[in-house]
Design a protein around this ligand. Structure first.
Ligand code: COA
Length: 181
Protein backbone atom coordinates (compact mmCIF):
# COMPACT_ATOMS: atom_id res chain seq x y z
CA UNK A 1 0.00 0.00 0.00
CA UNK A 2 1.30 3.49 -0.86
CA UNK A 3 -0.18 6.96 -0.44
CA UNK A 4 -0.54 10.06 -2.60
CA UNK A 5 -2.01 13.41 -1.49
CA UNK A 6 -3.53 11.69 1.56
CA UNK A 7 -5.10 8.97 -0.57
CA UNK A 8 -4.20 5.34 0.19
CA UNK A 9 -3.50 3.20 -2.90
CA UNK A 10 -4.16 -0.53 -2.86
CA UNK A 11 -3.88 -3.33 -5.45
CA UNK A 12 -6.58 -5.95 -5.26
CA UNK A 13 -6.79 -9.45 -6.62
CA UNK A 14 -9.96 -10.56 -8.42
CA UNK A 15 -11.40 -12.21 -5.28
CA UNK A 16 -11.74 -8.75 -3.67
CA UNK A 17 -13.55 -7.12 -6.58
CA UNK A 18 -17.10 -8.13 -5.59
CA UNK A 19 -16.68 -6.50 -2.17
CA UNK A 20 -15.59 -3.21 -3.79
CA UNK A 21 -18.03 -3.12 -6.68
CA UNK A 22 -20.84 -1.03 -5.05
CA UNK A 23 -18.73 2.12 -4.39
CA UNK A 24 -17.00 1.65 -7.76
CA UNK A 25 -20.36 1.62 -9.59
CA UNK A 26 -21.48 4.70 -7.61
CA UNK A 27 -18.35 6.66 -8.57
CA UNK A 28 -18.45 5.43 -12.18
CA UNK A 29 -22.08 6.60 -12.58
CA UNK A 30 -21.30 10.00 -11.05
CA UNK A 31 -18.23 10.58 -13.26
CA UNK A 32 -19.72 9.27 -16.53
CA UNK A 33 -22.77 11.51 -16.13
CA UNK A 34 -20.31 14.39 -16.85
CA UNK A 35 -19.61 15.73 -20.37
CA UNK A 36 -18.50 14.45 -22.84
CA UNK A 37 -19.92 11.07 -21.70
CA UNK A 38 -23.30 12.47 -20.49
CA UNK A 39 -24.45 9.06 -19.28
CA UNK A 40 -24.65 7.71 -22.87
CA UNK A 41 -25.80 4.08 -23.34
CA UNK A 42 -22.29 2.61 -23.19
CA UNK A 43 -21.76 4.40 -19.88
CA UNK A 44 -24.95 3.34 -18.08
CA UNK A 45 -24.76 1.63 -14.69
CA UNK A 46 -26.23 -1.59 -16.16
CA UNK A 47 -23.80 -1.79 -19.09
CA UNK A 48 -20.85 -1.03 -16.79
CA UNK A 49 -21.87 -3.75 -14.32
CA UNK A 50 -22.50 -6.24 -17.10
CA UNK A 51 -19.05 -5.58 -18.65
CA UNK A 52 -17.17 -5.51 -15.37
CA UNK A 53 -18.73 -8.74 -14.08
CA UNK A 54 -17.52 -10.44 -17.28
CA UNK A 55 -14.07 -8.79 -17.34
CA UNK A 56 -13.21 -9.57 -13.71
CA UNK A 57 -13.10 -13.29 -14.53
CA UNK A 58 -10.19 -12.83 -16.95
CA UNK A 59 -6.84 -14.19 -15.77
CA UNK A 60 -4.65 -11.32 -14.64
CA UNK A 61 -7.54 -8.92 -13.93
CA UNK A 62 -6.12 -6.22 -11.65
CA UNK A 63 -7.86 -3.46 -9.72
CA UNK A 64 -6.15 -0.51 -8.02
CA UNK A 65 -8.11 1.78 -5.71
CA UNK A 66 -7.40 5.08 -3.94
CA UNK A 67 -9.26 5.86 -0.70
CA UNK A 68 -9.33 8.66 1.84
CA UNK A 69 -10.62 6.91 4.93
CA UNK A 70 -13.57 4.90 3.68
CA UNK A 71 -14.27 7.21 0.71
CA UNK A 72 -13.28 5.96 -2.73
CA UNK A 73 -11.27 8.73 -4.49
CA UNK A 74 -10.55 6.80 -7.67
CA UNK A 75 -9.85 3.46 -9.27
CA UNK A 76 -8.23 1.84 -12.28
CA UNK A 77 -8.54 -1.67 -13.61
CA UNK A 78 -7.60 -3.81 -16.57
CA UNK A 79 -6.58 -7.25 -17.73
CA UNK A 80 -4.20 -8.82 -20.27
CA UNK A 81 -5.14 -9.63 -23.86
CA UNK A 82 -3.22 -12.54 -25.44
CA UNK A 83 -1.19 -12.09 -28.64
CA UNK A 84 -3.63 -11.52 -31.49
CA UNK A 85 -6.29 -10.15 -29.12
CA UNK A 86 -7.90 -6.78 -29.90
CA UNK A 87 -10.97 -4.73 -28.89
CA UNK A 88 -14.37 -6.08 -29.87
CA UNK A 89 -16.45 -4.14 -32.42
CA UNK A 90 -15.21 -2.22 -35.47
CA UNK A 91 -11.63 -0.99 -35.95
CA UNK A 92 -10.13 1.31 -38.58
CA UNK A 93 -7.40 1.14 -39.71
CA UNK A 94 -6.24 -2.31 -38.55
CA UNK A 95 -3.69 -1.93 -35.72
CA UNK A 96 0.01 -2.38 -36.59
CA UNK A 97 0.96 -6.09 -36.62
CA UNK A 98 3.82 -5.55 -34.13
CA UNK A 99 1.14 -4.51 -31.61
CA UNK A 100 -1.63 -6.89 -32.67
CA UNK A 101 0.55 -10.00 -32.54
CA UNK A 102 1.96 -9.54 -29.02
CA UNK A 103 0.28 -9.67 -25.57
CA UNK A 104 -1.12 -6.35 -24.34
CA UNK A 105 -2.43 -5.10 -21.00
CA UNK A 106 -5.80 -3.41 -21.59
CA UNK A 107 -6.55 -0.51 -19.25
CA UNK A 108 -10.33 -0.64 -19.03
CA UNK A 109 -11.09 2.17 -16.58
CA UNK A 110 -9.29 5.10 -14.97
CA UNK A 111 -11.57 7.28 -12.82
CA UNK A 112 -10.87 9.97 -10.21
CA UNK A 113 -13.57 11.76 -8.20
CA UNK A 114 -14.01 15.33 -9.52
CA UNK A 115 -13.00 16.97 -6.23
CA UNK A 116 -9.70 15.00 -6.16
CA UNK A 117 -8.52 15.69 -9.73
CA UNK A 118 -5.51 17.65 -10.93
CA UNK A 119 -3.13 16.47 -8.16
CA UNK A 120 -1.52 13.51 -9.92
CA UNK A 121 -3.82 10.82 -8.49
CA UNK A 122 -4.89 9.64 -11.97
CA UNK A 123 -1.28 9.27 -13.10
CA UNK A 124 -0.40 7.50 -9.87
CA UNK A 125 -3.27 5.01 -10.29
CA UNK A 126 -2.24 4.35 -13.90
CA UNK A 127 1.41 3.78 -12.93
CA UNK A 128 0.37 1.47 -10.07
CA UNK A 129 -1.82 -0.54 -12.47
CA UNK A 130 0.95 -0.92 -15.09
CA UNK A 131 3.85 -1.37 -12.65
CA UNK A 132 5.69 -4.66 -13.28
CA UNK A 133 3.45 -5.80 -16.16
CA UNK A 134 5.23 -8.35 -18.39
CA UNK A 135 3.36 -7.39 -21.62
CA UNK A 136 5.31 -5.29 -24.16
CA UNK A 137 2.40 -2.82 -24.59
CA UNK A 138 -0.57 -1.38 -22.72
CA UNK A 139 -3.66 -0.22 -24.60
CA UNK A 140 -6.83 1.75 -23.85
CA UNK A 141 -9.79 3.40 -25.54
CA UNK A 142 -10.38 7.13 -25.04
CA UNK A 143 -13.27 9.38 -26.06
CA UNK A 144 -11.69 11.77 -28.62
CA UNK A 145 -13.34 14.88 -27.05
CA UNK A 146 -12.53 14.05 -23.41
CA UNK A 147 -9.78 16.01 -21.60
CA UNK A 148 -8.28 12.57 -20.81
CA UNK A 149 -7.46 12.09 -24.53
CA UNK A 150 -4.84 14.88 -24.57
CA UNK A 151 -3.67 13.95 -21.07
CA UNK A 152 -2.80 10.45 -22.32
CA UNK A 153 -0.92 11.99 -25.23
CA UNK A 154 1.14 14.04 -22.76
CA UNK A 155 1.81 10.83 -20.83
CA UNK A 156 3.26 9.20 -23.99
CA UNK A 157 0.29 7.20 -25.31
CA UNK A 158 -0.12 7.15 -29.10
CA UNK A 159 -3.19 6.59 -31.25
CA UNK A 160 -2.97 3.55 -33.56
CA UNK A 161 -6.62 3.19 -34.68
CA UNK A 162 -10.23 4.21 -34.04
CA UNK A 163 -12.54 1.62 -32.45
CA UNK A 164 -16.33 1.46 -32.12
CA UNK A 165 -16.75 -1.17 -29.38
CA UNK A 166 -20.54 -1.54 -29.84
CA UNK A 167 -23.10 -0.45 -32.47
CA UNK A 168 -24.51 2.22 -30.13
CA UNK A 169 -21.09 3.37 -28.89
CA UNK A 170 -19.13 6.37 -30.14
CA UNK A 171 -15.92 5.87 -32.13
CA UNK A 172 -13.06 5.93 -29.63
CA UNK A 173 -9.32 6.54 -30.01
CA UNK A 174 -7.32 3.30 -29.55
CA UNK A 175 -4.14 4.36 -27.75
CA UNK A 176 -1.06 2.27 -26.94
CA UNK A 177 2.14 2.74 -24.94
CA UNK A 178 5.24 0.53 -24.77
CA UNK A 179 5.94 -1.06 -21.36
CA UNK A 180 7.69 -0.47 -19.07
CA UNK A 181 7.18 3.29 -19.38
C1 COA B 1 -8.84 11.31 -16.46
C2 COA B 1 -8.78 11.41 -14.94
C3 COA B 1 -8.77 10.00 -14.36
C4 COA B 1 -7.49 12.13 -14.53
O1 COA B 1 -7.40 12.13 -13.10
P1 COA B 1 -6.47 13.19 -12.32
O2 COA B 1 -6.30 12.72 -10.93
O3 COA B 1 -6.96 14.56 -12.54
O4 COA B 1 -5.09 12.97 -13.13
P2 COA B 1 -3.72 13.72 -12.91
O5 COA B 1 -3.84 14.75 -11.85
O6 COA B 1 -2.68 12.66 -12.73
O7 COA B 1 -3.49 14.37 -14.33
C5 COA B 1 -4.46 15.25 -14.88
C6 COA B 1 -3.87 16.02 -16.02
O8 COA B 1 -4.76 17.09 -16.36
C7 COA B 1 -4.21 18.34 -15.94
N1 COA B 1 -5.16 19.15 -15.13
C8 COA B 1 -5.01 20.41 -14.85
N2 COA B 1 -6.03 20.88 -14.13
C9 COA B 1 -6.85 19.88 -13.94
C10 COA B 1 -8.09 19.75 -13.27
N3 COA B 1 -8.68 20.77 -12.65
N4 COA B 1 -8.68 18.58 -13.26
C11 COA B 1 -8.11 17.56 -13.88
N5 COA B 1 -6.94 17.63 -14.52
C12 COA B 1 -6.30 18.77 -14.57
C13 COA B 1 -3.05 17.99 -15.11
O9 COA B 1 -2.05 18.97 -15.27
C14 COA B 1 -2.60 16.67 -15.65
O10 COA B 1 -1.89 16.79 -16.83
P3 COA B 1 -0.33 16.41 -16.87
O11 COA B 1 -0.22 15.02 -16.28
O12 COA B 1 0.06 16.48 -18.29
O13 COA B 1 0.33 17.42 -16.00
C15 COA B 1 -10.00 12.20 -14.37
O14 COA B 1 -10.02 13.47 -14.99
C16 COA B 1 -11.34 11.51 -14.61
O15 COA B 1 -11.76 10.66 -13.81
N6 COA B 1 -12.02 11.88 -15.72
C17 COA B 1 -13.33 11.30 -16.05
C18 COA B 1 -13.21 9.84 -16.45
C19 COA B 1 -12.31 9.67 -17.65
O16 COA B 1 -12.39 10.41 -18.62
N7 COA B 1 -11.45 8.64 -17.58
C20 COA B 1 -10.57 8.28 -18.66
C21 COA B 1 -11.32 7.33 -19.55
S1 COA B 1 -10.35 6.84 -20.94
Amino acid sequence: MTSREGSQLRRHDPAEVDRLLDPIVELYSEVYAEPPYNGGPLFSRERFLDRTNRQKDNDGFTLVTAHTGSELDGFAFGFPFPAGGWWRGATTPQPPTEILHVPKFAVIELVVRKTRRGHGLGHFLMNALLDGRPEPYAMLLAEPDAPARTMYQRWGWQQVAAVQPADDAPWLAALVIPLPH
